[in-house]
Every structure is written in C-alpha cells, then in structure tokens.
Design a protein around this ligand. Structure first.
Ligand SMILES: [Fe+2]
Length: 281
C-alpha cells in the first residue's frame, strides 16, 4: 500500500486513512491508491491535517476539476464565498453569517443532486468544531438500495425523481409553489455509479420532491418510506468532527445530514467539491 494505512469507520462503509499529510502533493501511485480506497469505502477521513485554502484546493484538484457553485453570488449569504469554495459556518459579522448553512440541523441530502451534472465529491475540512452536536451522518446508498424490500424496489425501479433545493436546511419545497424559482432536476431514482458500475439509491429527505408516474400524495409516501428505510437500516456512519479533520465523500453513492448544535458554539468548515457528470440509471 502506498505509504498509508486504512482503518474502517463502520461495518458498511467509510475508512480513515492514516499516514498522509494532505498539504503535500501525492505521487501518482499514492493518488491512485487513495482514489481506489475512496471508490471502495465511499467516504474517507484524514485526521490532524493543517490545510490552508490553497493546500485544500490543490489536494482536491488531484481528483479532478473543482465543482462550481450553482447559486449566483448575489443570492448567497453576503455573497462572500468565492466560486469554488464554501465556508460552512455559524460565524457572523455584524450579525450576518459570513458563510453558508450557518445553524442547526440539516436533513439528509446529496450535494448538487438538483443540478444536471451532480458533483462527484465533496471535501470538508474542519477548522473549528462544536463541543457537542454538529455531527455529519453519512448513509451508504449502495447498501440502501440492496436492502430495500422488494415491493418498494418494484415501485421505483426505472423511474425518475425530481430533486429541488430551496437552499434551506430542513424545509422542502411545496409543489404548489412555482418550482422554477428553485434549482431542480429530474434524475434516475436508482443511478449506476459512473466509476464503479454499482447501483445506488438516489433519493433523499430534503430535496427529493416527486416520483415520476405517481400522484403527489403517493409519491410523498414512497419517498418517506424510502428515507425511513435508509435511516433504519444499518448503513449510517455518524461522524463526530475534530478540528483538523478532512472528510471526502462520494455524492453519487452516499447522502449526508447534520445534527443540531448549540448556536453559541463556533463551527467553521471549509468545503470544496469535485465536479461530476450527468447520471444515468
Ligand atoms: Fe451537503
């Protein structure tokens, strides 16, 4: 193995990699081994990293071009985040958040599933973390698909799902609203991962609004059942952040959520994404 060791985070998926300093460039062999570990384990954790924005960006770019932001700068909080970088923080200046998604819980979602070409990866680096709460929960969506009851599989197989993002952490779009106001995209409800060829359930709690071919109520009931099924299956890894953690996750085969945390504790994470492609069934 290329100069690092792997330690499993959960029976279902996830691995911590020890022995790498991410602020230094990887040689091609190491990069290939980390990429393979990522595809095999879905999320990777690196602890005790010391990363400037530039170093984090360079680390990300070893896996592919950076993903951009869909939301226009003027619509973002304060318009301060640059094109490729997002600060996920509750830090405020003159009462206004300096980044995005400042407070509290966030429902399960896939980053950028509401875009035509969803990002492959997200890399989040913890600069300051809360003493309690603010965990990130990750779900293995390959196993989520495989463990679905057959009747539920039959009801969704071959269909499309509409993902809409209202840019709020625990509020779904009401379909009676004009959805053209929001970023939205139809996607296959079960996707084939472009790099592994494995099938993954591509439905989430926050953004999945409608399944093709069903009335609104039935569609909602199926989405809720799917999400409940994922939550009750043993496919969720609960990540408790430490300062210096970098976690990279695959958005095509995992979804993630954030647990609540006290408003008076500072939380500051820096995010880059790796661009993706259109997804097919
Ligand atoms: Fe996210």
């Amino acid at each position: 193995m290329a100069g690092f060791t792997l330690h499993k985070l959960h029976d279902s998926f996830g691995a911590e990699i020890r022995g790498l300093d991410l602020s230094a460039p990887m040689d091609p062999e190491t990069c290939e081994a980390v990429t393979q570990a990522w595809l095999d384990h879905l999320i990777l954790l690196f602890r005790d990293q010391d990363l400037t924005p530039e170093a984090q960006r360079k680390f990300c770019e070893q896996f592919g071009p950076l993903g951009g932001r869909l939301r226009k700068a003027e619509d973002r909080p304060e318009g301060r985040d640059a094109e490729n970088i997002m600060l996920v923080t509750n830090v405020r200046k003159n009462g206004v958040p300096i980044g995005s998604l400042p407070d509290g819980e966030m429902f399960f979602h896939h980053d950028k599933c509401y875009a035509p070409e969803p990002d492959w990866g997200t890399m989040l680096y913890a600069m300051e973390v809360t003493r309690v709460g603010g965990h990130t929960l990750f779900a293995n969506m390959y196993d989520a698909w495989e463990t679905l009851p057959n009747d539920l599989k039959d009801r969704i197989e071959g269909r499309q799902v509409l993902h809409i993002y209202k840019y709020l952490p625990t509020e779904r779009v009401d379909l009676k609203e004009d959805i053209d106001k929001y970023d939205h995209q139809w996607q296959p409800i079960v996707i084939t991962h472009p790099k592994t060829g494995r099938r993954a359930l591509y439905v989430n709690e926050l953004m999945s609004a409608m399944i093709e071919g069903y009335e609104e109520d039935e569609s909602r009931e199926i989405i809720d059942r799917l999400v409940e099924n994922v939550k009750s299956a043993d496919v969720i890894y609960d990540h408790k952040w430490q300062r210096g953690d970098l976690v990279m996750w695959d958005n095509w085969c995992t979804m993630h959520a954030r647990t609540d945390f006290p408003r008076d504790q500072t939380r500051m994470l820096r995010r880059y994404t790796i661009s993706g492609q259109a997804l097919s069934a």
